[in-house]
Design a protein around this ligand. Structure first.
Ligand SMILES: NC(=O)c1ccc[n+]([C@@H]2O[C@H](COP(=O)([O-])OP(=O)(O)OC[C@H]3O[C@@H](n4cnc5c(N)ncnc54)[C@H](O)[C@@H]3O)[C@@H](O)[C@H]2O)c1
Length: 216
């Protein structure tokens, strides 16, 4: 297993890195600064100097090292290291910087870590509306319509299988994505809604639609 630990050279990160290495886990130590002094037991970690606010560097690091687990410990203004290296001086806390690193930075890490998406095929979404319109006296009036949990790279693999030779890559940026995890049981119970298309079937169907439109 390979873990990437952000803030690996911080107070908690140092101990976590050591424990992971002892357990035989490969650790990519991603931090703004290099370790300040030799820390016994940390020699085996792969040190990557980087800012969590740099999505490209984060993604490239995760891909290059085939990272499977990300543990996010970076913080601005929380721990000792921030103060020691001059990120935050006593009485000099910058709330905007705090929001940037602690909020936007965390989002950047989660997005780079290939968060799971909830993918609902357009025909399944349309079908959910159709079903909702058939229910005469619904117990509830609001429903989550959920599809399949997948990562962007799963979708890329599906497209590559269906269109041999196509070049597709996942790059940072773009629209915000809908996180997975919304409960969809109510739509199942009251509307009888379940996605009818698997990820692969949805991609296949969409491609056929596109091809037909191009022919027309
Ligand atoms: N230390 C505690 O007592 C304690 C208690 C409860 C919760 N926590 C939480 O645990 C987490 C880690 O705390 P800590 O004490 O190890 O913090 P720390 O300040 O010791 O370490 C944070 C690390 O993040 C790095 N860093 C800061 N900005 C960065 C950026 N933009 N890009 C990359 N690296 C960056 C710093 O160089 C530092 O090594 C924080 O979220 C903190 O709020 C800490």
């Amino acid at each position: 297993m390979t873990y990437l630990i952000t803030g690996a050279h911080g107070f908690i990160g140092t101990h976590l890195t050591r424990e992971c290495l002892q357990a035989g886990i490969r650790v990519i130590a991603y931090d703004l600064v290099r370790p300040r002094w030799p820390e016994p037991g940390l020699e085996g970690a792969v040190v990557v100097e980087g800012d969590i606010l740099e999505p490209t560097r984060l993604i490239e690091t995760m891909q290059a090292h085939k990272v499977q687990v990300v543990i996010h410990l970076v913080a601005y203004g929380a721990g000792d290291v921030g103060r020691e290296i001059g990120l935050v001086k006593a009485g000099d806390y910058n709330p905007l910087k705090g929001a940037e690193v602690n909020v936007l930075g965390a989002l950047t890490v989660f997005e780079a870590a290939d968060v799971l998406w909830d993918m609902v095929y357009v025909k399944d979404a349309a079908h959910a509306f159709f079903l909702a319109a058939q229910v005469k006296t619904p117990e509830h009036r609001i429903f989550n319509v959920t599809g399949h949990t997948a990562r962007p790279k799963d979708m890329v693999e599906v497209v590559k299988r269906l269109v041999p030779g196509v070049h597709v890559e996942v790059v940072p940026g773009g629209e915000p994505v809908y996180p997975y995890g919304l409960p969809g049981k109510r739509a199942d119970r009251e509307l009888g809604f379940r996605p009818r298309y698997s990820l692969e079937e949805a991609a296949q169907d969409y491609l056929e639609d596109l091809r037909n439109r191009m022919k027309a």
